[in-house]
Design a binder for this molecule. Structure first.
Ligand code: ATP
Ligand code: MG
Length: 416
């Protein structure tokens, strides 16, 4: 009996040689987690570089989830039929009959993953094509058809599909280890996080607020952003760190035009310590070279010098318009667009130094006692898990309830 299913084509995992087994395992685990909680059991079957999903769940619901799992390059809603050429032809006719092709043309592309199938790919395509032509009166056009029917002969079944949706591509999350993302409320850092996830980094997040000198709006946005991003990665921690007092100390210690870069140096030190505690091996930021004064080459280098770990900048070569488009595509733009009180604007000097060197920060940071400050900031951090069910962070964190409720409003506003 013909039934609908979803085909997931494995992306780069396929190229992994000796490590392929480990990558495939991660991919399957992430897939299972992504499908958790759908109202019905989904059967997952994998043979070589294709995974097939079947079950009583509407295909749309499955697609929504799997299109966000990094590691799958192409996703095809499909019909599965028995390995009988006539059944394949019937299904092809059914597929095109249900689909408005207009006066358009079609092509059948067949391939065999089961080389024992008695018919060659070309013969099967010809047979199916002839039937469609005869029954629906559509013309064949092999060079630029308006619809393409893909016929894939597998071990137990034959799959037919007319739609090829792009998957996330990239590598399964976790394949490259862990990272800590410095997440602001802006457009850039969530896009950078998504890029990092797509290259296999499992991400946790740290967000700095200007508390006690600013309100909680940026924390609400950070929470809402992380929740959006946990659709690409199963689960993530968000650390919210109140930076205001330390920012004030830097200003009092005479940071002047160095204020913003000094804050960044402090941020990477805090993030680096968090990374050490969670086993992360890199930091990720949304910096793009030259976008603003704090992102000149020398300022980036001055920040790097303070970081105990490599600072990855996936958006280094991106233009702002490219970043905004990507933010729309991955679903974070609506949240980033909302107003907030960004800690970086607090105490920002009228002109930010564009050409700094690490040496300029020695006296300033000694006055502040950076080591101690990092420890104090981490003691005051609040940890949340925005991808989880309500209540789970509430137990371990005072104030978590408020942040979650605020994020809820943010999201409602972002969606409206
Ligand atoms: P974004 O759009 O991500 O805010 P931006 O273009 O506004 O970036 P900056 O404000 O200079 O650029 O920030 C550069 C990077 O520093 C951010 O992408 C982010 O990784 C990090 N960062 C800045 N502010 C914060 C913050 N409050 N908390 C955590 N990370 C931050
Ligand atoms: Mg910003």
């Amino acid at each position: 009996m013909a039934h609908s299913c979803v085909l997931l084509k494995h992306g780069e995992v396929v190229l992994k040689g000796r490590n392929r087994g480990r990558f495939e395992e991660l991919l399957q685990r992430n897939l299972r987690t992504a499908l958790d909680g759908l109202d019905g059991p989904v059967r997952i079957r994998t043979s070589r570089s294709v995974t097939v999903l079947t079950g009583p769940v509407p295909v749309e619901r499955m697609l929504e989830r799997v299109r966000r799992v990094p590691g799958f390059s192409v996703i095809q809603p499909a019909v599965a039929v028995a390995k009988d050429p006539e059944a394949v032809a019937d299904a092809a006719v059914g597929l095109l009959r249900d689909r408005p092709v207009g006066a358009g043309s079609f092509a059948v592309r067949a391939r065999r993953r089961d080389k024992d199938f008695p018919m060659r790919s070309g013969e099967l395509a010809a047979l199916v094509g002839a039937r469609v032509q005869r029954e629906l009166g559509l013309p064949v056009d092999l060079t630029s058809p308006s619809v393409e029917i893909a016929v894939e002969v597998d071990r137990n079944e034959v799959y037919l599909s007319v739609e090829r949706l792009p998957g996330q591509g990239g590598l399964p999350v976790g394949a490259s280890g862990r990272a800590v993302v410095l997440l602001s409320g802006g457009y850039d850092s969530p896009v950078a996080a998504h890029r990092a996830m797509r290259r296999g980094l499992r991400c946790d997040f740290v967000h700095f607020t200007g508390a006690p000198y600013t309100g909680p709006s940026s924390a609400y946005k950070a929470y809402a952003l992380v929740r959006e991003l946990t659709r690409y990665q199963p689960d993530a921690r968000l650390h919210i760190v109140p930076l205001g007092t330390a920012q004030r100390s830097l200003a009092t210690a005479g940071a002047g035009r160095l204020q913003v870069v000094a804050q960044r140096r402090l941020m990477v030190r805090v993030a680096g310590e968090l990374a050490r505690r969670t086993g992360a091996r890199a930091l990720v930021t949304g910096d793009s070279l030259g976008q603003v004064a704090s992102q000149t080459l020398s300022n980036l280098a001055t920040v790097d010098q303070a970081s105990p770990l490599p600072v990855l900048r996936p958006l280094l070569g991106w233009d702002k318009t490219e970043i905004m488009e990507e933010a729309e595509r991955i679903g974070t733009a609506g949240i980033s667009r909302l107003p907030d009180e960004d800690c970086c604007r607090l105490l920002a000097p009228p002109r930010v130094a564009t050409g700094t060197t690490p040496g300029q920060f020695i006296r300033l940071e000694n006055r502040l006692d950076v080591e101690r400050t990092v420890g104090e900031l981490l003691d005051r951090a609040q940890v949340m898990r925005p991808g989880r069910d309500e209540g789970e962070d509430g137990r371990e964190n005072a104030g978590a309830e408020d942040v979650r409720a605020g994020a809820e409003d943010v999201r409602a506003g972002a969606v409206a």
